[in-house]
Design a protein around this ligand. Structure first.
Ligand SMILES: C[S@@+](CC[C@H](N)C(=O)[O-])C[C@H]1O[C@@H](n2cnc3c(N)ncnc32)[C@H](O)[C@@H]1O
Length: 227
């Protein structure tokens, strides 16, 4: 099956090869700036997980990639954990990363957020660095349906945001016809509305680096009345 958003995306094709998946696995250790980015992302995640304050909550890690963040997500403590990705090669990287860490109960599933139906019943759905690959509103909406429909309570995810300098600049160049490819940028008020229409309120938003990165982390939650 050829995933729909594959067309025109070299990165997504790479993630579906053994070499590409294994290269991604070490990506955030390879240069000082990537290590800095990674440290910042770990700090953001830690602060979000402190707000969620449910260390045993069931977890769906969608687009798990090579299993980054396993130290903070602590799958071993949780009763129900699914690591999902559309790339079998990435799932293998995650499986290797989790091996030997009391993670025998973790389920690894090949799922495509642009095609598959949500799998409801998780306290926390986590999805980092996937949404910016979605080139059309239709694909983004299917992913948001998948993520929101799978979470009974909390959602942690990232997107590329126009509210950063890098995002604004890229959008500016796109508007002038100077940029035809690359990450898909979202406006925060539009995203907030799309989440609200799916029953989620944005609780917190954190930038990785407002000048040099467009990646933005969102913590969202279903209001108590809708849980
Ligand atoms: C940039 S990597 C991020 C991996 C991991 N979340 C991280 O932050 O290290 C993007 C991941 O999204 C996965 N992915 C892309 N499109 C997807 C889709 N439609 N459904 C499921 N996974 C997808 C890719 O295979 C890849 O593992």
């Amino acid at each position: 099956m050829e995933p729909k958003q594959h067309l025109g995306s070299a990165a997504l094709s790479r993630y579906q090869t053994e070499d590409g998946a294994s290269a991604y696995s070490g990506k955030f250790e390879r240069s000082p700036s990537r290590r800095r980015t990674s440290r910042r992302e770990y700090a953001i995640l830690e602060s979000f997980l402190n707000q969620v304050a449910l260390p045993e909550a069931s977890l769906l890690n969608m687009a798990c990639g090579a299993g980054r963040f396993v130290e903070l997500l602590r799958p071993a403590q949780r009763s129900k954990v699914v690591y999902a990705d559309f790339s079998p090669q990435m799932l293998e990287e995650s499986r290797a990363r989790l091996a030997g860490g009391d993670c025998d109960h973790v389920e690894f599933r090949q799922l495509d957020a642009t095609r598959d139906d949500a799998i409801p019943g998780f306290d926390l759905v986590f999805c980092v660095r996937m949404l910016h690959h979605m080139k059309t509103i239709e694909l983004q909406n299917h992913c948001l349906d998948f993520l929101c429909g799978s979470s009974d309570n909390w959602l942690v995810f990232t997107c590329a945001s126009k509210s950063t300098f890098k995002g604004w600049w890229r959008q500016f160049r796109t508007n002038l016809g100077l940029r035809k490819q690359g990450e898909c940028l979202l406006a925060m008020n539009d995203l907030t509305g799309r989440l609200r229409s799916r029953g989620f309120e944005v609780i917190s938003r954190k930038f990785v680096d407002r000048v040099f990165s467009s990646q933005t982390w969102i913590l969202a939650r279903r209001p108590a009345a809708e849980r």
